[in-house]
Design a protein around this ligand. Structure first.
Ligand code: FUL
Length: 740
């Protein structure tokens, strides 16, 4: 007798209804179901005791208990907050005065409540970033909150966030930067004792810590107690990681540790929040470079079969930078962008660590709150109802015929119960009888992690009048796989595991429908300086502003391209017209684009290097980010310094300078130290108008915007690349200016 795992109940068409008994009753053969039944190779005998059937043997590396707890979190947040918040930097140099740290209305309650309402299950605070400033009154340094004016030196950010997290049911974790640009002993052996003392303070004074986040960055130069020099270390040996890790294990055994290469979870290889497809939870730790700050090879997709369970975390900021900058208030990621990130991180088996940077008040900015709340609203609406909850499941094989391993486990909400198959069966199929046509666009799958990552490829089919038709396929599943497809309407869906390293052991299956959203307008500008707004679908009204204000239904209505040759901020949003033409309804996500001065009249006057083979200097100002001026020609690489001089064709009041890093994901040639000169006539240049570091450009290669202290009249600019983050040549996607 065939076992029916789950009775579909309501909504089944007459003639398709099961016989009354939910347990083991035979059901009438359905029209067009012959093909399905032919695939149901194994028939599950009723009532075989679960303990007679052996548990599937785990395959390959498997997670530890602490890793399992971490996987269950799926989504948590970062809080980047320190002196940088007040100096408008991404990396402090280490010489910042303690007095700059002075939030005007620090509100741990607001910060944590925002995270909780956004659905985060924990928060990780930058207790100490690369600048060395400590957000708690460490006994081992004067460079901390205790010497700041905030709460007359009596405050402790770590304590407040930790306590409020506990109250709100969020886990709390710490980021303690190994690189310390303030400490005089950094790069010497003595520094390790300092670092570990601080770790001990954090792990003994603030209750449970769920993670310690060890960053791998080291940009070289820093204040270092006044030495102001470059100090490089050997990432592999200097920090003596095994001893630091064992300190964490001793003081906080359940804490998971992050670094590029574990020991508990790994970096995903970018700061855009995007895991690879596939993204395996395993990694080959025998490869060279597998240490904190080591090689990022293989981190995005993981490795099969791998020697260790080392799943990925996707870390990304809700804004372009990690720290709060008022200039980025209009560049907060939209709900649609956050959703895209969620599906590409959590939906690929990784955890998502989304940064919410507190502002100078010490609160999460309203724009960030709004975007996060809307993102949550859409996710909640999507996952409120599993459209397969009442489905009847038919499996081609069930392990030993035992109820314990029957497909009903896929719908019980328990990630540790699973549908498993007999040993040696690596191709298995599951037919999901929905009983009525159902429309969905998200498919949710999970593997039973204690048994290892087993499935290597799968496909999904929908039943059409003339048979099965494939509509999606995928590879890795692991902790969770969310496939977002076009909308599918069908009364029957089939999951086919087409490749597996061991018999599949899946623990959840779901079908969901996302609410329909109005898409974000696309804002583009042509070389002549004309701006076009476009909507993906016809119908909505597009409204926009040019004065920085939020676009509403009363803002300018877009009907044709408009000129913006001096550049500026364009904010736009789609509104659906209300029936009857009476007012309008806000619906879509806002889009915002900052343009520099139009480059139509710009010309390269000179460049220290150009090569006809691809390195033409004009590519730095061609408004085509995909083309590069690079100093790597047929004769090899040309090191910095390298410079380029541009004639603007007119005199402008230059207010800001832009450097756009290469967009192809490579780090070679990314400029991380520069100088900018301005001239009215192209002969007299004077001192640099701007210069310094493009901090964190390698991990987060976003548009770099440098504001001048005050606008300067100029017709020529010269950009000098003084240092690069990787390689021996300079690469520039675009250079740009903003004018007053
Ligand atoms: C990077 C750091 O250098 C950034 O400043 C930021 O903290 C990010 C999360 O990690 O490597």
């Amino acid at each position: 007798m065939k076992k029916i795992s789950s009775d579909c109940g309501a909504g089944v068409e007459p003639g398709r209804r099961l016989a009354a008994s939910p347990r083991g009753a035979a059901r009438p053969r359905l029209a067009g179901f012959v093909a399905v039944c032919a695939l149901v190779a194994a028939v599950v005998p009723e009532g075989r005791a679960a303990d007679e059937v052996s548990r599937p043997a785990p395959h390959g590396p498997v997670p530890t208990e602490r890793q399992l707890r971490w996987h269950e979190m799926e989504f948590y947040g970062f809080l980047h907050f320190t002196v940088n918040t007040f100096t408008d930097k991404e990396w402090g140099y280490g010489d910042e005065k303690e007095s700059v740290f002075n939030p005007t209305g620090f509100d741990a309650e607001q910060i944590v409540a925002t995270a909780r309402q956004g659905g985060m299950r924990g928060l990780i605070l930058t207790a100490k970033h690369h600048d060395g400033f400590c957000l708690w009154p460490s006994r081992y340094t004067e460079h901390s909150v205790k010497n700041s004016p905030w709460r007359q030196g009596q405050g402790d950010v770590v304590k407040e966030i930790a306590e409020v997290c506990r109250r709100h049911g969020l886990k709390f974790g710490v980021y303690l930067s190994p690189w310390d640009r303030n400490h005089k002993s950094y790069a010497r052996p003595e520094y390790l004792a300092y670092y570990r003392n601080q770790l001990r303070e954090l792990l003994t004074q603030y209750g449970d810590i769920f993670t310690v986040w060890f960053d791998g960055a080291n940009g070289g130069d820093g204040y270092y107690g006044g030495a102001r020099e470059t100090r490089r270390i050997d990432n592999r040996t200097y920090y003596d990681w095994p001893n630091t890790w064992s300190l964490v294990r001793e003081l906080m055994p359940q804490a998971v540790m992050f670094s590029d290469a574990g020991p508990d979870f790994r970096w995903v290889g970018n700061e855009a929040g995007v895991a690879g497809d596939p993204c395996w939870a395993t990694l080959d730790m025998t490869r060279p470079g597998r240490y904190p700050g080591g090689s990022s090879q293989g981190l995005n997709s993981g490795e099969r079969p791998g020697t260790a369970w080392l799943p990925a975390e996707c870390d990304v900021s809700i804004r372009p930078g990690w720290f709060y900058h008022a200039s980025e208030d209009s560049r907060v990621k939209t709900p649609a962008k956050l959703l895209d990130i969620y599906y590409k991180s959590v939906g690929r088996g990784a955890c998502l660590n989304l940064n919410l940077p507190p502002d100078r008040r010490g609160r999460i900015h309203e724009n960030d709150v709004r975007s996060l709340q809307e993102f949550r609203r859409i996710l909640d609406a999507t996952f409120a109802v599993n459209l397969a909850a009442n489905a009847r499941l038919e499996a081609s094989n069930t392990r030993g015929g035992a109820r314990r391993y029957a497909p009903a486990s896929l719908l019980d909400g328990d990630r540790y119960s699973c549908w498993a198959v007999d040993d040696g069966v690596t191709n298995a199929e599951l037919v999901v009888e929905l009983g009525r046509p159902v429309t969905f666009n998200v498919i949710d799958l999970r593997e039973c992690l204690p048994l290892g990552q087993r499935v290597e490829a799968f496909a999904l089919d929908q039943w059409k009048a003339d048979g099965w038709q494939e509509f999606a396929r995928g590879t890795s599943i692991g902790n969770r796989r969310l496939l977002r497809t076009g909308f599918v309407t069908s009364d029957r869906v089939r999951l086919r595991v087409t490749q597996a390293a061991a018999g599949p052991a899946l623990s959840e299956f779901g079908l969901y429908a996302e609410p329909i959203m109005l898409s974000q307008p696309k804002i583009t500008r042509d070389k002549q300086g004309w701006v076009t707004l476009a909507s993906e679908s016809p119908g909505p009204h597009l409204h926009y502003t040019l004065d920085g204000s939020e676009p509403g239904p009363q803002s300018l209505l877009y009907d044709r391209p408009f000129p913006l040759s001096k550049g500026g901020l364009v904010r736009a949003r789609a509104f659906s017209p209300r029936a009857g033409g009476d007012g309008e309804q806000a619906a879509g996500d806002e889009a915002a684009e900052t343009f520099g001065v139009s480059k139509a009249r710009w010309k390269v006057v000179s460049a220290s290097y150009q090569s006809p083979g691809g390195g033409e200097a004009a590519r730095a100002i061609d408004d085509r980010p995909e083309t590069l001026w690079n100093t790597h020609g047929p004769q090899g690489e040309r090191k910095p310094p390298q410079e380029i001089t541009v004639d603007l064709g007119e005199t402008l009041e230059v207010a800001a300078f832009h450097y756009l890093p290469r967009r192809d994901g490579l780090a070679r040639g990314l400029v991380d130290k520069f100088a900018l000169y301005l001239s009215e006539d192209g002969r007299v240049w004077g001192n640099a108008a701007a210069g310094g570091e493009f901090a964190n450009i390698k991990a987060n290669p976003i548009l770099q915007v440098v504001r001048l202290p005050k606008p300067v009249a100029a017709r020529f600019f010269r950009f000098v690349a003084l240092r690069v983050a990787e390689g021996e040549h300079v690469a520039v996607a675009e250079l740009g200016l903003e004018a007053k």
